[in-house]
Design a protein around this ligand. Sequence first.
Ligand code: WTA
Length: 643
Amino acid sequence: MADDIIAVKPEIAAKARVDAAKRDAMVAAEARDADAFWRSEMTRIAWMKEPTKIKAVDFTGDVSIKWFWDGELNASVSCLDRHLATRGDQVAIIWEGDDPNSDSKVTYRDLHARVCKLANAMRKLGVKKGDRVCIYLPMIVEAAVAMLACARVGAIHSIVFGGFSPDSLASRIQDSACSLLITADEGRRGGRKVPLKANADEALLACPSIRHVIVAKNTGGTVAMKDGRDHWWEALTAGEPDTCEPERMNAEDPLFILYTSGSTGKPKGVLHTTGGYMVWAAFTHDNVFDYRDGEIYWCTADVGWVTGHTYIVYGPLANGATTLMFEGVPSWPDNGRFWQVCAKHKVNIFYTAPTAIRALMRDGEAPVRKHDRSSIRILGSVGEPINPEAWLWYYRVVGDERCPIVDTWWQTETGGILISPLPGAVAQKPGSATLPLPGVKPAIVDGEGNILDGAAEGNLVILDSWPGQMRTIYGDHPRFAQTYFSTFPGKYFTGDGARRDADGYYWITGRVDDVINVAGHRMGTAEVESALVAHQSVAEAAVVGMPHDIKGQGIYAYVTLKAGVEPTEALRKELVAWVRKEIGPIATPDAIQWAPGLPKTRSGKIMRRILRKIAANETDGLGDTSTLADPGVVQELIENKVG
Ligand code: WTA
């Protein structure tokens, strides 16, 4: 079943802007003269000064990546100003509230005005080009406005997902020394309120770099406002003009920082620059989703994640699309919500995560069938491997076997999609992200870094740069080179494993490092461990991913308590709550096992390979345990496995 091929339907190929022949031509054109190819693609966005230089990349040594580096532009102009003449009255953003009775529409003209007003107000608060601005907002239109206003004045935005705790927010603000925070009174999700301003107040106790806070009124809930520091968005922007001179940015000036989890240490600030990122966002959004003028496009991600950056805001708006922003969750008020929203707004392109599909699958077909999905033309998947069973359900039940599915593989670091079918050009195989986009050069290498040809399985690397690639880790370029280019020198290492079949199709097998993917959210095991050991009762902790039917992976923690502490059910609950408070609900451990000892090598290194196998109930193939300092602990852990 998994290796089934679903050919491109002739009626889809006939209408697609990119069919197989066109795709071949693109791949060939890029191979023949990459500079010429990107020189033509870069015109997808608006330049104040057209670049003459296309690419200067070195994946060795200190690592340096530059695209379009003598060009000048402002990302907000590409997303707003240049559309005013042709589509000023077209809806740019459809906002659908958590409450099914609340929605609103914002035209390109309105959006431009709102962005300019905020940008003017930000300038008055002293925000300048290169300053860092933290955005901690729910899925409301203000989130897109805030992003674009930062871009307008040349400030670097750093969005922190609204589900993160005050501590997580504080550490991100501190790392990039943000001077302004944009937040809201409260968020709404699934009928509940999220105390964003209260969280922010707590975080800001530890953030002396923040001089001002702009607060959007969303729920109208009561919040504390600190004199001189906190400003209501509405009052602050009311008197501002609705035009604003955009800052001239070099193509390589930063556009945003987005923190993401890695194998070790604290989350790192992935930095994207302006020109290459914008070209990549526009290029991929257009080709992968075969976007047509006038269509309604909906990506269900949150702007707190990279998918929301590239495929709710920058890509669709650069392409003049109508993009839907959804404040709620798929299961509220009932599990038909996604399809109800598709029917209500006549959504044409629908892009979501496998975890949502698996959760909805569990509830059967009726909630889907109840709603009219005839407007949907293309379905997308992102964030984690989609198992063939979920793929086929999505295809059959949601798409009525009519809509191609684009399974898009990419990462925060890649800025946009790298491996995905083009819906009118590439036959699909359920569970495979299929082929690289034109200009993307993946390879599979073995543990020593040798490139494997033909059908092969190993580590996924990318051999050469693409415009949307991250440029550095904010404030720590050596860590950038070390994290991504030292494992396999001269190659970008994705941290993912992959298999390539005889047709050249890629099948992503998941992370090969100590990052786990919980319901499509990236989580560093080291982060959860450091939260656990920060608790007074915990001596040591080791965290691994475990298979989870809905979430893809769950969080499995082995905890060694301090001498004399009793392992009780109450303490287990307390630790779960502790991690939620320290990091946020997305880091909630699914299982905690009391571990009197952890399997360690004689040099003291925890053997996670063994812990992963125990958590996955794969204890037959534990491999060599003879190098352990105390092989006895393994048997103890197996016997006391949780769940
Ligand atoms: C995983 C999200 C399989 C992968 C855009 C990657 C996927 C990590 C897919 C990046 C996919 C994302 N198939 N795995 N279609 N898309 N991943 O940075 O492990 O939040 O390395 O970016 O998600 O997660 P991130």
